[in-house]
Design a protein around this ligand. Structure first.
Ligand SMILES: N[C@@H](CCC(=O)N[C@@H](CS)C(=O)NCC(=O)O)C(=O)O
Length: 209
């Protein structure tokens, strides 16, 4: 039996899990779910009802994207992307991303649901919190933790991509050239292209795209 990943193609958390699993060369089955109609077996395994969820052959269930990434890299890490000696540096970035930045990203993306501020005001907060500090880092080093890639690049990439996509014209002209270069290179990578491939038609359920 192979590990089974419950995933949603465009979910940034599911994307980071798929990135790590693919990088590690883990053989698995992917169950593409519809968030509005989650399969009952997923909710039995993980009542909190978010994706990604990884069911291991042992019966163990990993319910957090970061845990799935770390599990994947513990299986294989061909290019040394885990870098545990840098956890003190990387884990605060992960927490910042998944907490306050994700919240601002949702507000920037759906300003109608968050009328306390204008969309540019939400964006400016997110820039100060995340984009400007990331730009500073990437102006002096090619990847988030130094001269070579790490799991932190994979963990943050889908969120920065989503942020960039809210207003691509704005992002293209924004004062973040190093971040833009980093994002473009990852999005063009074989790894990213592979994890965004649409599920084979035969495996698709009606209504997915
Ligand atoms: N902390 C979780 C967050 C996962 C999450 O929020 N996933 C979203 C999709 S991007 C989800 O499944 N939301 C439930 C829903 O929309 O019904 C993780 O890191 O895996």
């Amino acid at each position: 039996m192979l590990p089974l990943l419950y995933s949603f193609r465009r979910c940034p958390y599911a994307m980071r899990a798929r990135l790590a699993l693919h990088y590690a060369g883990v053989q698995l089955k992917i169950h593409e779910v519809q968030l509005r109609a989650k399969p009952p077996e997923l909710l039995r395994l993980s009542p909190k009802g978010t994706v990604p969820v990884l069911l291991l052959p042992s019966g163990e269930v990993l319910e957090q994207s970061a845990d799935i990434m770390l599990w994947a890299l513990a299986q294989a890490d061909p290019q040394g992307w885990r870098r545990p000696e840098l956890d003190a540096e990387s884990l605060p970035w992960l927490a910042l991303n998944d907490g306050p930045f994700k919240q601002l990203l949702d507000r920037y993306k759906y300003p109608d649901r968050h009328p306390q501020q204008t969309q540019p005001a939400w964006r400016a907060e997110a820039e100060a919190l995340m984009l400007a500090p990331l730009e500073q880092r990437l102006a002096r080093q090619a990847y988030l933790l130094g001269a070579s890639p790490s799991w932190l690049d994979l963990a943050l990439l889908p969120f920065i991509r989503q942020f960039a996509g809210v207003d691509a014209v704005w992002f293209e002209a924004a004062p973040y050239p190093a971040l833009r270069g980093w994002l473009q290179a990852w999005v063009a990578s074989d790894l990213f292209v592979a994890i965004m491939a649409k599920p084979a038609l035969a495996a698709q359920s009606p209504g997915t795209n």
